[in-house]
Ligand binder design. Structure first.
Ligand code: ADP
Ligand code: ADP
Length: 229
């Protein structure tokens, strides 16, 4: 069953046609890697999926619900779809634990105790439980990105979107973030990842999508792409 159905998505920034008839169906548990040159619309495309960006034409169905402009829909999509950004986007004035519990407490109305229990479980999973009471600025980039992933997981998303999650990291920190993403993939999470990490694509992607000039120009299995150049 398709958990995401994108049909003829078109978006303009003013006169600039940034997404041109993008079509994409994603099955539950599927892992998609999107690559392509800078400025080709990859980030805009995935930001449309969780409605961080508006689009002018086309239809988007997430988990069976058509995403028309409706506050209820936007709330549902923000619950169902987790997103990890290039620049972590953690609250600098909150501790790691507070960064992880603020959503569950305020959005999901969980008790502080329950939210903290879940947060600690995910901090253990991303292997930094000892950082819970520190502030983001005290952590390395790789650790902050793992916190950002854990923060998304605390909201129990059905789908995870990654927008170049390793491109702001020093090389030695890239692997620790990719390892967490591979684990998530192995656990069956539905994932759409914009990334230039071709080793990751080869390892986990069911499909690799190439975008250029706002269009999907090619899509194939990693085996087809990497082994039959
Ligand atoms: P990619 O993720 O492939 O690098 P983006 O989706 O970030 O590409 O951007 C696609 C194109 O849209 C680029 O040319 C970029 O400059 C342009 N763009 C992105 N955001 C905006 C915006 N808010 N207003 C106008 N143009 C934008
Ligand atoms: P990223 O690579 O993390 O997607 P960008 O540097 O492409 O970030 O864009 C950063 C912000 O600037 C985004 O909110 C994007 O929408 C906006 N932006 C990008 N290109 C343009 C543009 N040509 N005109 C206006 N805003 C833009």
């Amino acid at each position: 069953s398709d958990v995401i159905k994108i049909k003829n998505l078109n978006k303009w920034y003013g006169n600039f046609h940034v997404l041109k008839d993008v079509n994409l169906n994603v099955k539950r548990g599927e892992k998609i890697v999107i690559c392509g040159p800078s400025g080709s619309g990859k980030s805009t495309a995935i930001r449309c999926i969780n409605r961080l960006e508006e689009f002018q034409q086309g239809s988007l169905i997430v988990d069976g619900v058509e995403m028309i402009d409706d506050v209820k829909n936007i709330e549902k999509i923000r619950r169902d779809v987790g997103m990890v950004f290039q620049h972590f986007n953690l609250f600098p004035h909150l501790t790691i634990l507070e960064n992880l519990t603020i959503g569950p407490i305020w959005v999901q109305k969980k008790s502080k105790e329950e939210a903290e229990k879940t947060a600690m479980m995910y901090l253990e999973r991303v292997k930094i439980p000892d950082q819970a009471n520190k502030y983001p600025g005290q952590l390395s980039g790789g650790q902050q990105q793992r916190v950002a992933i854990a923060r998304s997981l605390c909201m129990s998303p059905k789908i995870m979107l990654f927008d170049e999650p390793t491109s702001a990291l020093d090389p030695e920190m890239i692997k620790e973030v990719l390892d967490v993403m591979v684990e998530l993939a192995d656990e069956g999470m539905t994932m759409i990842c914009v990334t230039h990490e071709m080793g990751f694509a080869k390892k986990v992607a069911d499909r690799v999508i190439f975008m250029d000039g706002g269009e999907i120009v090619e899509q194939n299995t990693p085996t087809e792409i990497f082994d039959n150049p």
